[in-house]
Design a protein. Structure first.
Length: 411
């Protein structure tokens, strides 16, 4: 049976290689919001709670999308949470949810923007029973996810392939244990085959494992997917210590880190040391007693990797250089490389600290410069919320600094 499945998979992949050159091109984009205010999964069977879908449809109108076009973007990446499709409570609404996704795609295209439809698994928790871990750890859940990929590709297959692309999975959380496992290539093949079998003309956006890091993509052998109609994607939030300041959902250390400037050498060493001392005091006061010494040492180690302009530049260059080297080795053109996410947090939910707009703009300018020098397309994270560059929370406008960077780019 295992050999039969492997043979069938190989046949699907080989049969899908005639898709031709990439039909979708993009240059400068922004990620729309994932659903962040939705109710507990027990209420997903209520159409008034879950539709329209995705969530941004409740607050963004056609004019808002048109303003993105006017602001310098040519496409958006549209996260779609797969969890409602995988949850029994909302299964009866699956067809209506897919219909709403298609309406959203057409709304974006009507505003003059292309769209990458991104199946964006989030963590399971109090609001959802099915998330990334469940899909990766359960054969039956992964089968259900593959079927969703097939259905979504079929949904998009009749749209103009010059205007719509499809990303079957965002930031796979697998093979993150220093090379001890190599499970992603087979799963990627299954996702690819399911999507391509349903949509022969659609450009597919594929990544490596482990949060779509550059290092993980560089481990992928693209010759295993013999298809020119593929764009390869990676994400970069380097240096994480600066881009995720105060994030409570990203480990037990970074939540204590706020107030560091970008770049660190933009202020005097005395000012940087004062900011670091405030962080140390928070760790000494608020962190678990058994973790304090380790966190203090880790803070010093991390700062030492970026406390000069040369060190910071090397750290930020590394993902781009890694991908360029990989692409050249495999004959992949820069136009088929996509920096799918990057950005700097503005304000963590419930945290009073707000990252200055000028620092966020400086970071975004630096990353965009790297992407465009390499010839890669890119998409900012994201429209609103903690990383919002257009809005912050509750529809309030974010500082204009980051959007000004985009507006000032040469066309």
């Amino acid at each position: 049976m295992a050999m039969f499945k492997a043979t069938l998979l190989a046949a699907l992949v080989i049969g899908a290689t005639a898709a031709g050159a990439a039909s979708f091109t993009m240059k400068r984009g922004i990620n729309l919001d994932l659903w962040t205010t939705w109710p507990d999964a027990s209420r997903w069977n209520d159409e008034t709670m879950i539709l329209p879908f995705p969530e941004w449809r409740r607050t963004l109108a056609a004019a808002d999308l048109e303003r993105l076009k006017e602001g310098g973007f040519d496409f958006v990446r549209m996260p779609v949470d797969p969890s409602p499709f995988l949850s029994p409570g909302s299964a009866a609404l699956g067809e209506k949810l897919l219909g709403s996704v298609l309406e959203s795609v057409r709304m974006i295209n009507a505003a003059g923007l292309k769209v990458v439809v991104d199946l964006h698994l989030a963590r399971a928790g109090s609001r959802r029973a099915v998330g990334m871990v469940e899909v990766m750890d359960s054969a039956s859940q992964f089968d259900a996810y593959v079927e969703l990929v097939r259905q979504t590709a079929q949904l998009l297959s009749k749209e103009d392939p010059a205007l719509v692309a499809f990303e079957p999975m965002n930031e796979p959380v697998i093979d993150c244990d220093d090379g001890k496992t190599d499970l992603w290539p087979e799963k990627l093949q299954r996702l690819y085959a399911a999507a391509r079998a349903s949509a022969t003309r659609l450009t597919l956006v594929l990544s490596g494992s482990c949060y779509a890091s550059a290092e993980a993509l560089a481990k992928i052998d693209p010759s295993a997917i013999r298809d020119d109609n593929v764009i390869w994607t990676f994400h970069s939030y380097e240096p994480f210590l600066l881009t995720h300041q105060g994030a409570t959902w990203s480990g037990d250390f970074i939540r204590y880190v706020t107030g560091l400037p970008f770049p660190p050498d933009a202020v005097s060493r005395a000012e940087l040391d004062a900011a670091l001392e405030r962080i140390r005091e928070k760790i000494r006061t608020d962190a678990p007693w058994m973790r304090r010494a380790g966190m203090l040492a880790y803070l010093d180690e991390q700062i030492a990797t970026m406390d000069t302009a040369d060190k910071l530049q090397a750290q930020m260059d590394a993902p781009f250089d890694t991908i360029e080297k990989w692409a050249q080795a495999h004959g992949i053109s820069p136009e088929n490389i996509f920096l799918g996410e990057f950005g700097m947090i503005r304000q963590e939910y419930g945290n009073p600290f707000v990252m200055p707009g000028k620092d966020r703009a400086a970071y975004v300018r630096d990353v965009i410069g790297r992407a465009e020098r390499h010839g890669f397309s890119w998409a900012l994270w994201g429209y609103g919320g903690a990383f919002g560059v257009v809005e912050e929370f509750d529809g309030r406008k974010a500082e204009p600094d980051v959007m000004e960077v985009v507006r000032r780019l040469k066309q």
